[in-house]
Design a protein around this ligand. Structure first.
Ligand SMILES: *Cc1c(COP(=O)(O)O)cnc(C)c1O
Ligand SMILES: [Zn+2]
Length: 421
């Protein structure tokens, strides 16, 4: 055997670990445990994690890749897919805090500022980098909309062929934002759970052997991208954890990885020991995880999704039980809000902070309000609220009632006639 000299920095990841039974597997394109069929996640060498310093991170690029020492792939710039994702603004929202009766600061982590205008650029950057390193030749995904936008853009950038699958009844902006690129977009007559099931079946076929489905066979890598939402908030707060965070849930993956990021930062000694209570937000049209929370269940009963928060419409959420664990073990809570409350949440955030969120952001802000009113979140503890997508993606949800104050002739009289002078 010839020993190859590998000059690339080593990955701190050392195994795939079953989240149910703890079985360990070599790193690769595997997503379920052979022993118990449980989902796998990336395990790290604690020594490697502990060797990462704040100075290393601060000297890195102004993107999620500054955290490459805490991610499974992308240590080398020749495989890394870097579209400038991450380091999105953390906005102090004093007028929102005042209106909600918060005495501590509320911060909006505004992930609409990513290249394709949603948080999905984080998971896609890591998943496509992993797909390249694992030798896949094509990229695919099952999407509720934002993931399709991001996969299409990132695959296009590196010239990798792709095929993405979405429910055919998505918001027009999300269809256009994917179809504008040259790859293959398949609309499925069904909901996300139907799309996801089809993708699982396709990933087992010979024709798809060289295709990496970012959220199916590459899912353990994909999910790690969400950790950067936790890393950035800690760094932006001056290397400390916020006492409370509120995050939207579709499959529940993102919420669990924000928590994993905080754990890893503590373990690596990059932040002081501190607890962070994690709160989860869903829409009433699709609230299987929040319902299980309210009912005190450990299992999540699948539902048939409805309602305007389409990016969160996953009726059978893969990470639901893990999201329940995180929220319960940290002393957080979950809640669900109606479509009218979501619209009001979008307006409340816009009118107090200038941030225009998509429906998922409306869900999160409306849930924050509900948690305050029900006394389940502490208004004297600093809180980070994740806005995960841009309002331009879901204009129809609020277009009615968002019109010019007046339309007039270009004259002084015109202004007088409508009472603006
Ligand atoms: C995908 C998505 C989420 C979170 O999804 P999870 O499946 O829970 O990780 C949140 N907000 C938006 C806008 C999304 O597109
Ligand atoms: Zn297992």
């Amino acid at each position: 055997m010839t020993a190859l000299v590998d000059a690339r920095p080593a990955s701190p990841a050392d195994a795939l670990v079953c989240r149910n039974c703890g079985a360990r597997y070599p790193l690769g394109a595997q997503h379920a445990c052979f022993e118990c069929f449980g989902p796998l996640e990336i395990g790290y060498d604690p020594v490697a994690l502990a060797s990462v310093t704040r100075a290393d991170i601060e000297a890195g690029p102004h993107s999620i890749w500054r955290y490459s020492g805490l991610l499974p792939v992308g240590q080398s710039t020749d495989t890394r897919v870097d579209s400038g994702t991450g380091m999105t603004p953390l906005i102090r929202a004093d007028r929102l805090a005042d209106e909600l009766g918060f005495s501590a600061p509320i911060w909006i982590k505004d992930d609409s500022a990513n290249p394709t205008h949603s948080f999905k650029d984080r998971v896609v950057s890591v998943a496509i980098t992993a797909a390249r390193e694992l030798g896949f030749e094509r990229i695919a995904c099952a999407s509720t909309g934002n993931l399709a936008n991001s996969v299409a853009a990132h695959a296009t950038r590196i010239g990798m062929p792709y095929i993405v699958f979405v429910p055919s009844d998505l918001e027009p902006a999300k269809i256009v934002q994917t179809a504008i690129y040259d790859g293959t977009l398949v609309g499925i007559e069904g909901n996300y759970d139907d799309v996801n099931r089809l993708c699982s079946e396709l990933s087992e076929t010979d024709e798809f052997e060289k295709t990496g489905f970012v959220n199916v066979n590459v899912r353990p890598y994909y999910a790690e991208g969400s950790k950067t939402l936790g890393f950035e908030v800690a760094e932006q707060l001056g290397w400390r954890l916020p006492p409370q965070v509120v995050a939207p849930m579709a499959s529940g993956s993102m919420l669990t990885k924000i928590h994993k990021a905080f754990k890893e930062l503590r373990a690596a000694g990059l932040v002081a020991e501190a607890e962070c209570r994690v709160f989860g937000a869903q829409s009433a049209g699709c609230s299987p995880i929040a319902t299980a929370y309210e009912q005190g269940w450990d299992v999540v009963q699948p539902v048939r999704p409805t309602g305007i928060a389409k990016s969160l419409n996953i009726g059978n959420p893969a990470d639901g039980p893990y999201a329940l664990d995180v929220v319960r073990s940290t002393g957080g809570a979950m809640a669900a809000v109606s479509d009218d409350e979501i619209r009001a949440g979008i307006r409340l955030l816009a009118r107090t902070t200038g941030v225009f969120a998509e429906t998922a952001g409306g869900v999160t802000v409306a849930v924050l309000k509900k948690l305050i009113e029900s006394g389940r979140i502490d208004p004297s503890a600093e809180t980070v609220v994740y806005n995960t997508g841009d309002g331009l993606k879901t204009l129809d949800a609020v277009a009615e009632g968002a019109r010019p104050t007046a339309v007039i002739k270009p004259t002084i009289k015109g202004m007088r006639d409508v009472g603006l002078l």
